[in-house]
Design a protein around this ligand. Structure first.
Ligand SMILES: NC(=O)C1=CN([C@@H]2O[C@H](COP(=O)(O)OP(=O)(O)OC[C@H]3O[C@@H](n4cnc5c(N)ncnc54)[C@H](OP(=O)(O)O)[C@@H]3O)[C@@H](O)[C@H]2O)C=CC1
Ligand SMILES: O=C(O)[C@@H]1CCC=N1
Length: 282
């Protein structure tokens, strides 16, 4: 019987991560857990301790220089801080020009035209914005590609980033700063809310361990309902809110404090910082 075509998107045979910090570790872990052979992955990371941990935990090849890892890669994931990205691109530009691998950047704020200027014309580039829940396969990633990236390379980028959770393509690059402000930074907003809830309950006398356990599980349960229930957040919120009840009292306090305006200000501040990063490091 003829075999059916494999519907899974293709993972490039050799992936090199430049930078082996928090986000690279999350993505590498997701890829290896998802079945990508560790032998297909190389990482460049100057910190010997991080390098050793990546080799030990995932069995990937490690290097102390970007160029060594980039050689022979079909896909390069740029996972360094925005402020060092220009120098890193200068280090690997000749290698990239020779081999033309797919380049995936996860750096906040750095635009595709900046990457193309640093790496050379004609390089297929996907700019993306993942987030730290990638570590547990629950990430959310926005992506945009340049015209030099083929459909197959876009699918490859989606396969690499999709190993760590949900992916979505963005139509206009300027909206990547909004994606960064929403889902890239977003986990921190929910962690802050859990911290605040925990502190509020402790202030009313609940033991801290109990407050943390209840706040954490409530965040987890609400998150799962958002993903699994299929109803919009407004409907889920209204189901909790009995008329004249406790939730209504709390929501009124949030409204009096103008929570929605505060959230809008926070997302606007993060978006602006993303734009500043691209100016600062161009
Ligand atoms: N943290 C997050 O939630 C998210 C981060 N991002 C983006 O991901 C990128 C990485 O962030 P994150 O993982 O948090 O940062 P980390 O600092 O944890 O990781 C970056 C790593 O790159 C290393 N590095 C520095 N220079 C080089 C070089 N020349 N060659 C190879 N490696 C190098 C750093 O080493 P050393 O520390 O010794 O300099 C560091 O270990 C950033 O651009 C960020 O904007 C995107 C989405 C979410
Ligand atoms: O704070 C930052 O700049 C990075 C990008 C998104 C999350 N962390």
């Amino acid at each position: 019987m003829p075999s059916l075509p494999d519907s899974r998107p293709p993972i490039p045979t050799r992936i090199a991560f430049i930078g082996g910090g928090n986000m690279a570790r999350s993505l590498i872990g997701a890829l290896v857990r998802g079945g990508t052979p560790a032998t297909a992955i190389a990482v460049a990371e100057p910190n010997a301790e991080l390098r050793g941990a990546l080799a030990r935990d995932f069995g990937v090849a490690v290097h102390d220089h970007a160029r060594a890892a980039a050689e022979a890669a079909d896909a390069l994931v740029l996972a360094v801080k925005p402020q060092v990205l220009k120098d890193v691109c200068a280090e690997i530009a000749a290698t990239v020009a020779a081999a033309r691998p797919l380049v995936i950047s996860i750096a906040a704020g750095i635009r595709i035209d900046q990457l193309a200027a640093w790496l050379g014309a004609g390089v297929p580039i996907v700019r993306s914005m993942p987030n730290t829940p990638a570590l547990i396969g629950a990430g959310a990633t926005g992506m945009i590609a340049n015209d030099d990236a083929s459909a197959a390379q876009r699918a490859q980028a989606q396969a690499i980033l999709g190993a760590a959770g949900a992916t979505v393509w963005i139509e206009r690059e300027e909206l990547m700063d909004t994606v960064t402000a929403l889902s890239g930074s977003g986990p921190a907003y929910f962690f802050l809310l859990v911290e605040a809830l925990e502190d509020a309950a402790v202030a009313q006398g609940l033991p801290r361990a109990t407050a943390r356990a209840l706040a954490t599980q409530t965040c987890f349960g609400a998150g799962r309902m958002l993903v699994e229930d299929g109803e919009p957040p407004t409907v889920l919120r209204e189901r909790v809110t009995s008329p004249g009840g406790t939730t209504a009292a709390a929501l009124e306090a949030f409204a009096n404090g103008n929570l929605r305006a505060l959230v809008a200000d926070a997302v606007a501040a993060a978006t602006t910082r993303g734009k500043e990063l691209s100016e600062r490091y161009s």
